[in-house]
Design a protein around this ligand. Sequence first.
Ligand SMILES: *Cc1c(COP(=O)(O)O)cnc(C)c1O
Length: 429
Amino acid sequence: MDKYWRFETAAVHAGYEPSESQTSVAPPIYQTAAFAFNDAQHAVDLFDGRESGPIYSRIANPTVQMLEARVATLEQGVGATAVASGQAALACAFLTLTEAGSNIVSASSLYGTTYNLLGHLLPQYGIKARFADSNDLNQFQALVDGDTRAVFCETIANPAGDVADIEALANLAHERGVPLIVDNTVATPYLCQPLSHGADIVVHSLTKYMGGHGAALGGAVVDGGKFPWDDHPRKFSRLTAPDDSHHQTSFTQTYGHRAYIARCASVPLRNLGAVMAPATAISIMQGIETLALRMERICFNATLIAGFLQQHPCAEWVRYAGLPNYHNAELVKKYLNGQGSGVLSFGIKGGASAGAKFQDALRLIRRSVNLGDCKTLACHPASTTHRQLSDEGLAKSGVTDDLIRLSIGIEHVDDLLSDLDQALAGSQR
Ligand SMILES: *Cc1c(COP(=O)(O)O)cnc(C)c1O
């Protein structure tokens, strides 16, 4: 990889060289479950790690590795692991560092399923989550203790829209000897590279903007390679001490600055098996090729639509990170170059029942809970993505009854504006 490549160039080329596979310009799909050993000694050398090469596609697949290299390059990490979905990536990211009795200090404004993973599933196995108000650094500070294994936030929280002060959270975490994990799904590395602001690990749902086509699910964990695990051997003994399930080797000794991502791939992922299929990796790599172009158009469309909604009598409030009056405008300027990505939400006049009429009146915009697609999508989180949450959970994740979330796509903005205008009129009938 040429380290002087700019983002747009790396998005098209990183992770693959035609000379590696019969000069094929498009990366090839290694559609195989397993790989054959040349002889008995070859097998032994592969299993002992003396030689590198694929063994079985749950452990590693060359096509998936191409995607991993591309994502790691775009996030400026030392390595990445691609998995079956964004949720699998979050689960693997947390399980790499935690055990019963430990905790994660997380922003409370989160994607609904992530909130459930941290607040409900992991606690059943003794891993606690402690939620802090996303805009209150003191709360994060107060919640970190000796059993904390990481601080966690989303760059742009979905759907409440809070933007994380990554540098401040990273400093706070590092002072207490723990890493900062950031879910960068909504911002994408085109708008923000959390590792360059001090974060240690980045997680993605590749299903969203990275793929961009809404045709495949995927996730990735990216390791920044800078966190000093060996300075905190009691807390991070899973990385620093010999591992029973891994040839009695210590990950930091064997893999150095890639220790975290090595354990992520060879323990949580290898044991839980939430791997990405090779054909999916290609589909997502193709999507990433156009990430920069799509994000430019999406931010442009979203800014015009947010402005239109601000003027509209049926929208009681509008929240979009790209608006100058945004509650986190300073942070948007610092971390996102003033751009707000494609998720915006607004409060519809008339609450939940007007929201239902609005959805039914849409003609072009699709009713869907996905985001980051080329197609513009609308959803009502309180009755869909956040439906499993209690009233308290809803309030904590910033979801009100009247909240309509739009994920803006790359269509012509005038077609989107006229559909919104007629559906807003329909919502009040
Ligand atoms: C969609 C999403 C996820 C979950 O990703 P899946 O690919 O659907 O499993 C996690 N975090 C954020 C911010 C998301 O938008």
